[in-house]
Design a protein around this ligand. Structure first.
Ligand SMILES: *Cc1c(COP(=O)(O)O)cnc(C)c1O
Length: 414
């Protein structure tokens, strides 16, 4: 076989569909968020970033930077081993304690990323519990799907954010079988939020465990930044809360929070936890500082401004008759509905207006729902918003883009 030809053919096919990914070459400027410097063909230009998942700019917070610098000076660069073999640093222990406090659980466990946490925990739980059946929301993230697949246990899909459909699929199961229901709180591509209390009611009725991915909500919702489960007062009804340290908390890493028994079980049997080097101590130190800011008064004010900015931008987009989706969260998706046009719109924003919004195409979202996913932060000003809306209006006009999506009309009518 001609392996090189195979790789090239596959890439050519992707390019033909308009789904080939090009990464913007950016240099973030600490203290100057949302501005960044963009490198392109030997030129550098200032851009305004509108698609960062460092939602609260915590990755550039002075306390976080100082804590990381201090920890590097004290402990060095790397952890020095897996958690079991000399890699557990005091910062890891403190961070796991802080995360358990944020979620009001008995314990928490760190992973190298949120992806690894989902992969490891879902596969370990489902594969270890004899006869376990998994119930998965139709829109669950790839990391959860891969974890479930890896467990090789039977999986049933229920309709997205639909407790009635969950009840229907659960009612078809053997009442004695152990069950695990997996869903997210904030869905990051549409910005909608799961009915957590209803899901818990249904899970309780059928004696199922609940697994909640709060990746796009931790640090952002709830009085302590404990996510939608904290906001809705249902954290104690969730068996496993999973989160990231990379988005709301602005650094890197993943974790789960739950009962001492559950955490000890995953710590002891989860291969994606056991067989990999621990996070650098400075990362844990940075996240500790981040959590401290986020759950304090400053964090509360940032959360309020974050939500306010998202509402303001949505309103401005609606007023301009742009097809913004009916988001209930801080995520503001604008539909384009075509991969080539979506990429084109994004390129024009960057090249003509110095605005960076990455196009979101298949397989991240279903074909025909390609979109620009905008994430306003507390640091985006009203001026920046007006500039963005003006740029989008011009691009919609130039490319003759659609405005008539049923979803977006629903939003406009709200
Ligand atoms: C980003 C993401 C993850 C993975 O988290 P990382 O810490 O970036 O690996 C998991 N679940 C969802 C829903 C995500 O969007």
């Amino acid at each position: 076989m001609d392996y090189e030809a195979f790789f090239n053919d596959q890439i050519a096919k992707l390019k033909g569909e308009g789904n080939y990914r090009v990464f913007a070459d950016l240099e973030r400027q600490a203290g100057d968020f949302p501005h960044a410097v963009r490198h392109d063909a030997n030129t550098v230009r200032d851009v305004t970033v509108w698609c960062s998942n460092d939602y609260l700019c915590m990755g550039q917070h002075p306390n976080v930077i100082a804590a990381m610098q201090e920890a590097v000076e004290r402990c060095g660069a790397g952890a020095g081993g897996t958690r079991n073999i000399s890699g557990t640093n005091h910062y890891h222990v403190l961070l796991e304690k802080a995360l358990a406090e944020v979620h009001g659980t008995e314990a928490a466990l760190l992973f190298t990323s949120g992806y690894v946490a989902n992969m490891t925990v879902l596969s370990t739980l489902a594969a270890s519990i004899p006869g376990c059946v998994i119930y998965s929301d139709a829109y669950n993230h790839n990391s959860m799907i891969e974890g479930m697949r890896h467990s090789r246990m039977p999986k049933k899909i229920f309709a997205h954010n639909d407790p009635e459909d969950l009840s229907r699929v659960l009612s078809e199961a053997d009442p004695a079988a152990p069950k695990l229901v997996a869903f997210e709180s904030v869905y990051s591509m549409d910005g909608d939020i799961a009915p957590l209390a209803e899901f818990c009611d249904v899970a309780d009725e059928y004696g199922a465990m609940t697994y909640l991915d709060e990746v796009h909500a931790v640090g952002l919702y709830g009085p302590r930044g404990g996510g939608i489960a904290e906001r809705d007062g249902v954290a104690d009804r969730i068996t496993v809360i999973q989160g990231t340290l990379a988005k709301g908390f602005g650094v890197v890493g993943g974790y789960i929070a739950g009962s001492s028994a559950l955490i000890d079980f995953v710590r002891s049997f989860g291969s994606g936890f056991i067989f990999t080097t621990a996070l650098p101590p400075a990362i844990a130190a940075g996240v500790l500082a981040s959590i401290d800011v986020v759950r304090g008064q400053e964090g509360g004010a940032m959360r309020a401004r974050h939500q306010e900015n998202a509402r303001t931008l949505m309103l401005k987009l609606r007023e301009a008759n742009l097809p913004v989706m009916p988001s209930e969260s801080h995520i503001v998706p604008v539909l384009v509905g075509d991969p080539v046009l979506c990429k084109q719109a994004s390129d024009m924003l960057l090249d003509d207006f110095g605005i960076y919004v990455q196009p979101i195409n298949y397989p991240t979202v279903p074909k025909g729902t390609e979109r620009l996913r905008i994430t306003p932060s507390p640091e985006h000003t009203e001026e920046m918003m007006d500039h963005l809306v003006l740029a989008l209006e011009e691009i919609w006009h130039k490319l003759d883009l659609r405005r008539d999506f049923p979803n977006a009309q629903h939003a406009a009518a709200e």
